[in-house]
Ligand binder design. Structure first.
Ligand code: F1P
Length: 306
């Protein structure tokens, strides 16, 4: 078993612990604050998801940026940096360069990001051995969702299902996957695709669902998959199925035959629990190709630029 397998499986517990941390954390965005959330790679995608959720709830303007692309001319009340390692160069550069109050959500409590930020929120129980991030990223998002007032119990229960449910598609028979999302789930779709690229060097793309028909649908074909997180635009499943590609969605008993019975009697899966299936799918592709999912090509735990 790889480290990433164990880390993926521990997400329900980590999310519950993150909810506890949220209750006592200092420096998380207050109602009405204008907030920028930054990160790199996976952490940037979690920033995107949080920004979408916070805006949707109407509790404050929230933008997400790659740490390297932060627009220094804009004024924010707070900058939140998400970083597992706390050593990523672009994140540290930004924390050093701004006057705005900053909050770092960090996995390694001894990392420089925790020192540099005005406030830090530590999630050491979610730190990881694998280079490929899974549970730290989702625990950071769980923390932020809890801080927005969500009860995470239903989410953690959904995760208990998806850490062990059969995968909706056979990784050995898929040539390509495109993940789609709407609003806050666009970040999850981006993260799912990054997991496939990192863990398995597998061809995966991600788009906002409404934009998919504006070009990317040309990729769809038999043997390929379109996997949607969250709400699906009207007619999209039919348009994908007409191309011969498989359409996967937790609401669709066709796409999620394995979860059909479960989904029929209850609410659809929370998209963050659905992301667990995509993480497991990425690891399964790596394993089926004889790759070590803990050690992606050309990637280190933290990108430290000299
Ligand atoms: C960010 C990141 C990860 C990526 C890899 C390299 O790290 O880009 O998204 O998967 O581990 O680093 P961090 O700032 O969250 O430590």
């Amino acid at each position: 078993m790889s480290y990433v397998d164990e880390e993926i499986a521990s997400q329900p517990d980590c999310w519950r612990r993150a909810e506890t941390v949220a209750a006592g954390a200092a420096g998380l965005p207050s109602r009405g604050e204008r907030v920028a959330v930054v990160g790199c790679g996976t952490s940037w995608f979690m920033a995107m998801s949080y920004a979408g959720l916070r805006e949707r709830l109407g509790v404050g303007e929230t933008d997400a940026f790659q740490a390297s692309e932060f627009p220094t001319s804009r004024r924010y009340d707070r900058i939140v940096a998400i970083t597992r390692s706390g050593t990523t160069t672009e994140v540290l550069d930004l924390l050093r360069s701004v006057d705005t109050p900053t909050t770092a959500i960090v996995g390694d409590p001894n990392a420089p990001a925790a020192e540099l930020a005005t406030d830090s929120v530590l999630l050491p129980f979610a730190d990881e051995r694998s280079v490929v991030q899974t549970r730290f990223a989702t625990s950071a998002l769980a923390l932020l969702r809890a801080h927005l007032g969500e009860d995470l119990d239903p989410l953690a229960s959904d995760a208990e299902v998806t850490v062990r449910a059969p995968l909706p598609i056979d990784p050995a028979r898929v040539e390509q996957v495109t993940f789609l999302g709407r609003g806050w789930t666009v970040g999850l779709a981006q993260e799912a695709a990054l997991k496939c690229r990192e863990a398995a060097g597998f061809w995966a793309e991600a788009y906002p669902a409404m934009d998919y028909r504006h070009g990317p649908i040309s990729i769809a074909a038999p043997g390929r998959v379109v996997w949607a997180f969250g709400a699906v635009p009207e007619g999209l499943a039919e348009d994908v199925e007409a191309t011969g590609a498989a359409f996967v969605h937790s609401r669709s008993s066709g796409g999620y035959a394995v979860l059909g019975n479960w989904a029929a009697g209850r609410q659809p899966l929370d998209p963050m629990a659905d992301l667990i299936l995509a993480q497991r799918f990425a690891v399964a592709i790596a394993t089926s190709r004889g790759l070590d999912p803990d050690a992606p090509r050309h990637l280190t735990r933290s990108v430290v630029l000299t």
